[in-house]
Write a protein that binds this ligand. Structure first.
Ligand SMILES: Cc1ncc(COP(=O)(O)O)c(C=O)c1O
Length: 418
């Protein structure tokens, strides 16, 4: 789905052959500057030499997996615990979906409570338990202040609705009321710290702190789903960037820089349920040598001084440059998100919730721009609700070439829409 015409790729899906740094090459040999970055993992670009070397080394030295504990595991765990505020213990698996599943289970097991509060428009992986109300059709989704939980796809048992409360994001008063009224039933609130999966809506000032305070005051856990923000907004992810501390946080994507590894990290007393095997963290491929070696190399690279300053500076230049190309052509435009992950919106007022994003979305215009850029050698996701990713492999020249392409693309499409 993420790669098909259903995801918006038109007139046909793309077939790519190889990547190198910030560039990707299709099967016909065409080169593109890549802001899709494999949906986010490639924060160091394609084939970062340090990571590739670590993987080849471990394969030659010890093989792909051992099925026992091995010395690289604590090496990685120490790096994660050092980087992430609030991470006292950590466990690894292979996808963001698994990490979120585990965090939800841990929250329920630790609190002895059943309900999870999630926000409309957020994506937390595709397990039955949480793949709800991601991009619901508004007419079916109930009242704005009290959305009806809707399974994101057929095949999810309807009765799981009973285990969820869905709320609009960025509305602290609604969350506060819900938690005050039902805290004895609510195990956790799960949120993306930056609503990356619906066009990169930022938390309003004080919103994350409000979630933290109201949950802590009522014995409800806060799960930050940092699958996109982790190791991207800062080495310490959104917890460092926004100065908010989760009880549990989930990581994937940038952690492995292209290799399938994920993690749950958080409070010792909660994570000890795993350590004591009361809530076993299962998975044949968990902490296999390849992904652990890759993640160690990735984190060492990301920890170099200046990494995030440079990512933000380049990202801001690109985002503001794109916005200005549209404004210069008389088309309202703004940027939502942050340097390393952002989205362009064709409106004057930023969205703060999923429903506002739907109201402001210009999907056809956006997709037309995406196709015009693709023809000019720039790749990003065709959906208005996705985003641009930036990697450490992008450089000034990539940004300049992208903005030049945008100039041509805006001129080409302006006459068709304005
Ligand atoms: C915030 C968030 N959580 C969870 C997931 C699921 O991760 P994965 O695709 O690795 O299962 C994603 C994937 O995009 C995500 O963006």
């Amino acid at each position: 789905m993420a790669r098909s015409t259903f995801a918006g790729y038109a007139p046909h899906p793309l077939y790519m052959e190889r990547g190198e740094g910030a560039h990707i090459f299709d099967v016909d040999g065409n080169e593109y500057i890549d802001y899709l970055l494999a949906l986010g993992p490639l924060i160091l670009g394609h084939r970062p030499p340090g990571v590739t070397r670590a993987v080849v080394d471990v394969l030659e030295r010890s093989g792909s997996m051992l099925g026992t504990n091995h010395p690289l595991e604590p090496e990685l765990a120490e790096r994660v615990v050092r980087a992430i505020p609030g991470a006292e213990l950590v466990r690894f698996s292979n996808s963001g979906t698994e990490a979120v599943m585990m965090a939800l289970r841990l929250a329920r097991a630790f609190t002895g409570k059943r309900l999870i509060v999630r926000f409309e428009g957020h994506f937390h992986g595709w397990s039955d338990a949480i793949h709800w109300s991601v991009r619901p059709a508004i007419p079916a989704a109930g009242l704005e202040h009290a959305p009806r939980p809707l399974p994101a796809v057929p095949g999810i048992p309807e009765e799981l609705a009973e285990s969820l409360i869905v709320l609009p994001w960025n509305r602290p008063e609604l969350l506060e009321r819900t938690i005050r009224d039902r805290h004895h039933e609510i195990a956790a609130v799960i949120t993306e710290p930056l609503m990356a999966n619906n066009g990169c809506i930022e938390p309003l000032p004080g919103f994350l702190r409000a979630i933290r305070e109201i949950t802590a005051a009522h014995g409800v856990l806060l799960i930050l789903d940092e699958v996109i923000t982790g190791f991207r907004l800062a080495l310490g992810g959104a917890q460092e960037y926004y100065g908010v501390r989760a009880d549990l946080a989930t990581f994937a994507k940038a952690l492995g820089a292209g290799y399938p590894i994920s993690a749950v990290a958080g409070r010792r007393d909660v994570m000890e349920l795993v350590a004591r095997n009361e809530v076993p963290y299962l998975g044949t491929y968990n902490t296999n040598s390849v992904v652990v070696a890759a993640a160690i190399a990735a984190l060492d690279e990301l920890a170099r001084p200046g990494t995030y300053e440079r990512l933000f500076a380049l990202g801001d230049r690109l985002a503001n440059g794109l916005r200005d190309e549209f404004r210069g052509a008389g088309i309202p435009a703004l940027v939502q998100g942050l340097g390393p992950v952002f989205q362009l919106w064709f409106t004057d007022t930023p969205a703060t919730t999923y429903r506002e994003a739907v109201a402001r979305a210009k999907p056809t215009f956006y997709a037309t721009f995406q196709q015009a850029m693709l023809r000019r050698g720039v790749l990003f996701h065709p959906s208005q609700h996705e985003h641009f990713f930036l990697s450490t492999a992008h450089d000034e020249e990539d940004i300049e070439r992208t903005l030049e392409a945008a100039r041509g693309a805006v001129a080409e499409i302006r006459d068709r829409f304005v």
